[in-house]
Design a protein around this ligand. Structure first.
Ligand SMILES: *Cc1c(COP(=O)(O)O)cnc(C)c1O
Length: 383
């Protein structure tokens, strides 16, 4: 089945009791049993819920994997993966990734004795050089948030397999419509379903997808034991969001390309970070492993003062100043003070994330309107 069809039909079965075409929201905590231990496969809703089950089936299908697991947030999904490890185990992670992932690793899991090495994943050699006998997991994010760096998933997977290490890829920025890490050899795909999967800025949720049954069973055990499960209403919303994922990502990618090219030719713009440009260091890999480049773009003004950046950030009308991304509406964000403020400044600057970097989540409005909005804001910043 083609992807665009799958997005609409994955996990959707008419409700057996009424024929309802949409998956019902099973707002229940428990299930009545016929006699002790005799039930319909549902015992308690932390362990199983039919709405969540439909979503998990859909997640597996659209990510080209065998098993899906839904979590109460993206960071809860990440948390579950790290709980596969034990004290002394080592993780190699990207030095440029979502700030909340870095915070979870450095502020929560380090104190339980898990050791994290942060490397520049633009080059697989850097990952290879950080492998020790205790490395259990490679945590990759591609494209990265917010600098749009690209990691070569197939090369990372080859390396991980040689050393018997798990590879988990945060696929939030690309979404399953543009990139499928399991097909490229990754062991686990992680999503903040809050973003493109839901697509409407109305839910917080996370997801993991994998192929291996034993790995699925271990992660399911963590999911039900630690309890970071999403409610049925949120599962329903993400199921509904997935139906339009294919269409939305086409439009996000078209608008992203239009905005990136507009910014690049602008005299007041210094640098545009977007993997669709041929001169982007990860372009060839992005082109090979992604179907399109999506709607995320970062840029810096030629005037590198905070005042100029603030002028742009506070004068757009269609681009709302907010954290998060991946919704139908366009957002503008200042990573240094917002999404990535949890990373120490010194660490941020070292990894190329400047104080004046501006990040855009380009929505699915009309591209001309979005460009006109940026034009007036950039003009305003020139004073
Ligand atoms: C938002 C985000 C997360 C965290 O997900 P939440 O749903 O906010 O917990 C992880 N990775 C990336 C790339 C994100 O953008």
């Amino acid at each position: 089945m083609k992807k665009s069809t799958l997005f609409i039909h994955a996990g959707a079965h008419p409700d057996p009791s009424t024929g309802a075409i949409m998956t019902p929201i099973y707002q229940t905590s428990t299930y009545v049993q016929e006699s002790p231990g005799v039930n319909k496969g549902f015992e308690y809703a932390r362990s199983q819920n039919p709405t969540r089950q439909a979503l998990e089936e859909a997640l597996a299908l659209i990510e080209e994997g065998n098993y899906g697991l839904a979590f109460s947030s993206g960071v809860a999904a990440t948390d579950a993966v790290i709980k596969l490890l034990k004290p002394g185990d080592e993780v190699i992670a990207a030095n440029d990734m979502y700030g909340g992932t870095y915070r979870l690793f450095s502020k929560i899991f380090e104190k339980f004795g898990i050791v994290f090495h942060y490397v520049d994943m633009n080059k697989v050699e850097n990952v290879a050089a950080a492998i020790t006998a205790r490395t259990r997991l490679i945590w990759a994010e591609t494209p990265t948030n917010p600098l749009m760096n690209i990691a070569d998933i197939r090369a990372l997977s080859t390396l991980a397999k040689q050393h018997g290490i798990l590879l988990c890829v945060d696929n939030t920025f690309a979404s399953p419509a543009l990139q499928n890490p399991l097909a490229l050899g990754a062991d686990i795909v992680m999503h903040s379903a809050t973003k493109y999967l839901s697509g409407h800025s109305d839910v917080i949720q996370g997801a993991l997808v994998m192929n291996d049954k034993a790995l699925r069973d271990e992660l399911y055990f963590i999911q039900k034991s630690c309890g970071a499960v999403p409610g049925p209403m949120d599962c329903f919303l993400v199921l509904r969001g997935i139906k339009t994922l294919g269409l939305r990502m086409e439009r996000h990618s078209q608008n992203g390309a239009a905005v990136a090219h507009y910014l690049k030719q602008h005299d007041a713009i210094q640098t545009v970070y977007w993997p669709g440009f041929e001169e982007h260091p990860g372009h060839a890999i992005a082109k090979a492993q992604m179907k399109d480049f999506g709607g995320m773009i970062s840029f810096e003004l030629r005037n590198d003062s905070m005042e100029a950046a603030k002028a742009v950030l506070s004068t757009t009308h269609l681009f709302s100043l907010a954290e998060s991304l991946g919704g139908v509406e366009s957002l503008i964000n200042h990573p240094a003070s917002m999404t990535h403020a949890s990373i120490p400044r010194e660490e941020r600057i070292k990894n190329g994330l400047s104080d004046t970097l501006i990040r855009l989540s380009v929505g699915i409005e009309d591209a001309d309107d979005l460009i006109a909005d940026l034009e007036q804001a950039i003009h305003h910043s020139l004073g």
